[in-house]
Structure formats: C-alpha cells, structure tokens
Design a protein around this ligand. Structure first.
Ligand SMILES: [Zn+2]
Ligand SMILES: [Zn+2]
Length: 352
C-alpha cells in the first residue's frame, strides 16, 4: 500500500464535468447577462472554487468600461472571490476539496521567473489577471492556480472578506513595505480602498490622518481609526501640515494638488500611489531632493503578502464596511458603484 505523502489532498474524481453559470459582459459598457459556459478541462495546477461571495472593485468598472484599453470581451469580471474548493487539478498542491479560500486580482503566475522565485509573484511578467483573458468571480465557479487561492483564517467574517483580496492587500502592501508603528501616515481618499487603509494603518499603530473632500465622511473616517481628518481640497489646511507626514498613501483616481501634498511630507517622507489616476502626477525635483523624499507605487501583493494581510485582518478584526447585493442584481450593483455613493465596498452574494 502506498502511503499518502505529506500535505496530501482529497481530490474530486471527475473535476469540471459541470457547466458554470456566469454573468457575462459581451462588450464594453454592455449590461451583464447570465450565461451557461463550458469551462473545459481543469488545468494541472488549477483549483476550482465554487463562489459564495465576490466583492465589486473599481477595477471591475474600469475593465467593464475598457478605460485602460486592455479589456478582453466577452468578459466575466469579479476578482474579490470568497468560496469553497470543489475540485483540484492533478498537480495542485497544499489545498483540499471543501477548503474555504479567496482569489484576488491575479489567479496565476509562471512560478519560474526571477520575480516568482523571489516571492514577488505579483510582479511576474506573466501574471494572469483574474478578469482579463480569464474568467472571474461573477460566476458560479472560478479557477486559479493553487498558489493564488489563499486559505482564509477561521476568524475572518467570510461574507465581508472579499474586498480584502484586492482592495485590502493593495493598501496593506505599502504599510508592510514602508510604515513603522511610530509613523504619521496620511490616507488620501476615503472610499473603497481608503477606508480599509485607515483601519489597517490605525491597527498598525500609526497616527492616521484621513484626507477626503467629502465632509459627510469626516465622522466615519474617525470611527475607522483616523485621529485627524482634513479636506483634500483645502489648500490652506494642507499648507499648515507642511513637513508633517512620514507616509502618504493615495487611493484616489482624480488629480489633486500634488505639490501641496508632497510638501506635507517630512524629511525622508514618501508619497505612495495605489489609486490609478490617469493624469500624470507632477513633482518638482527640489521637493524630492532637499528633503530626501520619494514617490512610489505598488500593485496588489504576492500570495504570502495576502496571507499575512488576512492573518493581520483576522487578528485585529478588520473588515471593510460593505453593502450586499444578490449577484442576480449585478447590473444594479455596478450602477451603485459608478454613482460613487456606495459606503464603502459592495459585495455580491452568489445566488445561482
Ligand atoms: Zn480590484
Ligand atoms: Zn513569474
């Protein structure tokens, strides 16, 4: 009798003999329609996940509208997936059928390039975006390379955990890379990303200032852990803060008074950009040189970074503030996202 190797996994005998149901976008800006799809055979290293919840991220809207010119239609969007594993490819490792996992912006990478071997899988030149040329989570099932399906800590509130998989790691990564507990951190933009950034930075131990142009969010930003709240459009207030911050994390996708914001950084301060503002950010060389400041950016994070973030979120009880829609009302949910009124992140509950 052969002994099962360490880390052995239960396998479904005939994976992917089922059809999937999916909300399909046929062309840019066209309302999604429910279709039945034949997913074909499960890849050797792939895992099949039955979707329970999927968060709605601003990047879904950007791909829906083809704002970045990289969308591929027909598309199945959705990249903040929470679900249970229903099948494993023959070479999938360290996962088991029935296990609850999350899938985020990426669902695969080549696993052999310099970045993958260095643990920076999210920088892999062949990283597979979950919703571009790959079917995402607005569906009954989603597939991903086993390493990109992240096991969820038991203590996590699964129904609201979806947005951590993309938005959460996007704002947690800059803290992991650049923040110390003693830092004064400014979070620019209190929306889907920014409100999670405030919670993470406060739990990190930082002194947190929230920048928002919406006075109606001032009190909420404080309830998320901000000590101070400043209007991002109040030039006089920004001037008063000159030299104050160690780290600014910008989550907005609209142009701001970048000069004034850079000048709120202290010596060796850093403006870190995670919001996809399409207009260039002008920065004067002197503003950087004389105070030894930096401007940087980052996309999501590696599988290990995501696991670390999920563990941190579970330990500190950090969850996004969400509005839930049944997935069958996906087009209404998109309209709500586009309105900018959502407080603060939308999650779709699978109802196939
Ligand atoms: Zn996203
Ligand atoms: Zn790679």
């Amino acid at each position: 009798m052969r002994r099962a190797p360490a880390g052995a996994v239960m396998r479904e005998l005939s994976p992917a003999s089922r059809n999937y149901k999916a909300w399909v976008t046929k062309a840019a800006k066209q309302a999604m329609v429910l279709e039945t799809l034949d997913p074909g055979p499960l890849g050797d290293e792939e895992v099949e996940v039955a979707v329970e919840y999927c968060g709605l991220c601003h990047s879904d809207l950007s791909v829906f509208n083809n704002d970045w010119g990289i969308s591929q239609f027909p598309a199945v969007l959705g990249h903040e997936v929470i679900g249970r594993i229903t099948a494993l490819g023959p070479n999938a490792k360290a996962r088991r059928v029935g296990q609850r996992v999350g899938v985020g912006w990426f669902s695969g990478s080549d696993m052999y390039c310099r970045q993958c071997l260095s643990g920076n899988h999210h920088l892999c030149p062949q990283a597979q975006a979950t919703i571009i040329g790959h079917r995402g989570g607005f569906a009954s099932h989603v597939r991903a390379n086993w390493a990109w399906t992240l096991p969820l800590p038991e203590k996590l509130n699964f129904a609201d955990a979806g947005p951590l998989l993309c938005g959460g790691i996007t704002v947690f990564s800059p803290l992991m890379m650049h923040a110390k507990a003693t830092d004064r951190v400014g979070i620019i933009g209190i929306g889907g990303l920014g409100h999670m950034a405030v919670k993470f930075a406060a739990a990190y131990g930082c002194d947190v200032t929230a920048f928002t142009n919406s006075e109606s969010k001032f009190d909420e930003a404080k309830s998320f852990g901000a000590t101070h709240v400043v209007s991002s459009r109040d030039s006089a207030a920004l001037k008063k803060l000159a030299g104050s911050f160690d780290l600014l994390i910008s989550t907005v996708n609209v142009p701001l008074d970048w000069d004034a914001l850079v000048n709120t950084l202290g010596p060796s301060g850093r403006l870190h950009v995670v919001g996809a503002v399409l207009e260039p950010i002008p920065v004067s060389a002197f503003a950087l040189i004389l105070q030894q400041r930096a401007v940087s950016g980052s996309p999501t994070g590696s599988p290990v970074a995501i696991e670390t973030m999920l563990d941190f979120a579970a330990r500190h009880g950090i969850a996004p503030q969400t509005e839930h829609y049944p997935m069958s009302r996906i087009n209404d949910a998109f309209a709500r996202l586009e309105s900018g009124e959502a407080r603060y992140r939308i999650v779709l509950d699978a109802d196939f």
